[in-house]
Ligand binder design. Sequence first.
Ligand code: GLN
Ligand code: ZN
Length: 764
Amino acid sequence: MATTHNLGFPRIGAKRELKFALEAYWKGESTRDDLVRVGADLRARHWRDQAGLDLAPVGDFAFYDQVLDMSFTLGNLPERVRDFHGDALDNYFRVARGRSAKGTEDHAACCGGVAAGEMTKWFDTNYHYIVPEFDAGTEFKLDATRLLAQLAEAKDQGVKAKPVIIGPVTYLALGKAKDHSDKLALLPRLLPVYADLLAALADQGVKWVQIDEPILVTELDSTWRDAFVQAYEALNTGAVKLLLATYFGQLKENLDLAATLRVQGIHLDAINARDEVDALVRALPADRVVSLGVVNGRNIWKTDLEAVLAWLEPLAQTLGDRLWIAPSCSLLHVPVDLGGERKLDGEVKSWLAFAVQKLEEIRVLATALSQGRAAVAADLAANAQAIAARRASPRVNNPAVKAAVARIDAALGRRKSPFGERTGKQAALLNLPLFPTTTIGSFPQTKEIRLARSQFKAGAIDAAAYTQAMRNEIARSVREQEALGLDVLVHGEAERNDMVEYFGEQLDGYVFSQGGWVQSYGSRCVKPPILFGDISRPKAMTVDWISYAASLTKKPMKGMLTGPVTILNWSFVRDDQPRATSCLQLALAIRGEVLDLEKAGIRVIQIDEAALREGLPLRRSQWREYLDWAVESFRITANGVADETQIHTHMCYSEFNDIIASIADMDADVITIETSRSAMELLDAFDDFNYPNQIGPGVYDIHSPNIPTEDHIVTLMKKAAARIPADRLWVNPDCGLKTRQWNEVIPALTSMVSAAKTLRATVS
Ligand code: GLN
Ligand code: ZN
């Protein structure tokens, strides 16, 4: 009979209780006890939600981040917080976000805040973890307090507990050696601490421990592969049984390695690596547990239960008790409970499953395996009906969109003339000075904007009043930009609360949940829009706003759009067609908007691709394929315009070295990128690769309230001019200004505009 389990449950709470409890605690508005109580209540509730499983995860709850929890469990605190007063939780928040709660930081002059740990993306998800820090001298020391306390709680509540920890190899691989020393040299110091941890868990009667090693789905060199062998030899102490969990991808060349590790079971992501199941079963010794992730832990769709049963039933015959079933990965990456959705379109809702519903699917599958399908006939029938309805729905399938995608040919993504010819025509039309100045799109989201938006949502003001309020803000932005003397203006994006949601709401094929929150980092959550059907654009989405802005000035007005790859990467996407196809549909829709803007007389159009880089697959060998369709989607979106129309794109990062050729292939006339934080060092990519078009390397960090000086900007731009010909450089901030105040934006842009004037006079 198949054992059912779960790899991790979303900890933020169906109503984001953890977020609000954390933020109140940090602001000094609630006590430590209040926070601790909310944590315990959430754990108890989530274990009740998982009561139908044979094994529930323990230790997946974290106040901020599970990787940071692991660092504390291993006694790996950055040196800079070690001597601080306060207890472990204060220090934990200091590493997480630079400071603990208000009260704990105020009373001592010593801790005005410390540098927060670096944050980076957890594999290819939108979850961010706190990067473990190492150096050649790092020592580890077990602190199992947190895990043992959660285990004791679980036992009290009668939970069939399976502690979850991050494995030693993945832990090292995800961290950063600050002194560039060899991280693997720490493995011999780390393993005894893991062995102690397993022994401590065994003392509490734990039978199985889930040890996560997702790094196994990436390309590993031989030293890291050897580290796996060494680690699991050392941890094979017999104290507990280890379920080695892999997820997010295929094992590929690591499959044989994984199969021979000295663990008692392996979890495989049978959504992404279904085709490896047979090989894994064959490669594993006959006494090992095979845990299959058969329900997708990364999307929000119902599982086709009959299809899963059709391939799982014979496997269950072969494997018997060795078969475990679970979601493909931790459910951290999906919202908690569909039950709370009151306004969601009923038809689409019937196709969805959030965390609670996904566990119910596991239960139905397990029952069907152990007692036969008849035992869950009603569940299976309801599921089959939902799957069939979705497949056949005219709202999902739009033949006109499918036909348009089928008609795409290479010419659609090609500008009429090469950059060398376009650039002269654009210069003649736009008549810009050397070192033209511009901004990335958004201006401050003021109190007035937020008020008008919430009043409109609540029905307190009508559409006309709302439009007027937004127009007032747009007019203000234009006035300010003219006063500053910027060269290419923007409308300021007052009407957008989010650069993806704004477009999703106006496109056919999208729905929005009310409570579909997913943790992004710490207390921060996102609510990804749900792309459910073929995408089309019923009508123009931005033309009125931008035309209005353009009517207020003689300067060029830049139209502002979000690109198809970014819209795709920040949405929950369909599982019934390749991502590439959804992306091409988005590309055609946004292309229509680009052409409408051009028709309305807008001759500079920016298409943001902030999230292009984060869509890169985990394995480098798959980058090419992704970049091909991502770049092609951008080109289709952008490149239907006349030579005179100038296309800009913006990217929120500057690690370009490995994808610079693809960025160049996009053939945007101008790209604006982030570089200010590294004093233009990130322009390294442009040393080896002669980027052919124009570039605006961000000259100041919009995330900081600090006002850049003119001198600083001039110095940075001179560094840029040493690498890129001056006549191809733009001067602009790092990113949009919506999170800043006007009283910060005006002095910062004043410096920027004077810097451009100085540059014009001194660099040629
Ligand atoms: N145009 C957007 C803005 O200025 C770009 C935001 C982004 O790159 N994240 O807000
Ligand atoms: Zn940006």
